[in-house]
Design a protein around this ligand. Structure first.
Ligand SMILES: Cc1ncc(C[n+]2csc(CCOP(=O)(O)OP(=O)(O)O)c2C)c(N)n1
Ligand code: SF4
Length: 252
């Protein structure tokens, strides 16, 4: 019988620790499909964060380095500069990238480091039990905002793609989601574009993925997908915020 769907080579054949309905597994798969399709698995180095994806080194079939909390773009900078022929990506949650790692993220963009950042926005600190993250929506109930995020005291959510798109060293800033099959297909295209940018030495590419955390949201996997559609996407519009390759093409 013809095989029509299989595990990507880049995704190791092991059980994962992610909760049912967690978006991390979907995004892992998309990254691995892209590495397979581009034929770059043997030359790829991943840098993974602190958070629920802390053990991604058990799942990605390439070399993987574990970075201290928020420091993945700094570690990736060193790896890429010393190994310019390698493909280097980070994989980070929102507590990691948009809180403790904000400086590393922004300045890797200002420097135009030729790396890929895969940014998982699930509006919460998943691993540590669902505390408020910089991306938590106004009014959203978390362990540390039991009455909902009050923007008077806790400020407003950070829109990382929009912010990163203002930096000259950023080649791609795109927000995608994994709440539906068409959106998952879009997400894969964006991830592929990001890795192709690195091959073309265009600078930093960041793909923000609106993802789920059913466990800390207290929702079923199905209801979590609805939360992405109905609550997250209106606040974090999907789309391409910067695409240097497209701009260059249009200028020809
Ligand atoms: C320096 C430091 N501070 C705090 C922690 C505790 N910590 C572990 S995971 C985490 C939050 C991760 O949340 P996020 O990046 O959103 O990833 P998720 O678990 O949601 O995928 C924190 C604060 C740590 N490990 N190191
Ligand atoms: S706690 Fe949330 S982010 Fe972490 S594995 Fe479970 S569902 Fe995923």
């Amino acid at each position: 019988m013809a095989v029509v769907f299989d595990r990507p080579q880049a995704l190791l054949d092991v059980p994962t620790h992610f909760c049912p309905g967690c978006g991390h597994g979907i995004v892992h798969r998309l990254v691995c499909e892209v590495l397979d399709e581009m034929g770059v698995l043997g030359e790829t180095i991943g840098v993974v964060p602190v958070g629920c994806s802390v053990m991604s080194y058990n799942y990605f079939g390439c070399d993987v380095i574990e970075a201290p909390h928020g420091r993945a773009p700094a570690v990736a900078t060193g790896v890429k500069r010393t190994n310019p022929d390698k493909v280097v990506f980070t994989y980070q949650g929102d507590g990691d990238l948009a809180a403790i790692g904000t400086a590393e993220t922004v300045h890797s963009g200002t420097r135009g480091e030729n790396i890929v950042i895969i940014f998982i926005n699930n509006t919460t600190y998943g691993m540590t039990g669902g505390q408020m993250a910089p991306t938590t929506l106004p009014g959203q109930v978390t362990q540390t905002t039991p009455f909902g995020r009050n923007t008077d005291t806790a400020g407003f959510p950070i829109r990382m793609c929009e912010l990163m798109s203002t930096l000259s060293g950023v080649a791609l800033a795109q927000r995608v989601a994994i709440d539906s099959v068409p959106h998952i297909r879009e997400a894969k295209k964006a991830i592929r574009k990001a890795f192709e940018n690195q091959k073309a030495k265009r600078g930093l590419s960041i793909v923000e993925v609106l993802s789920t955390c059913p466990t800390n949201w207290g929702l079923s996997p199905e209801a979590s997908m609805k939360f992405v559609q109905e609550k997250m996407i209106p606040y974090y519009p999907l789309g391409v915020y910067k695409d240097k390759a497209a701009e260059e093409e249009a200028a020809k």
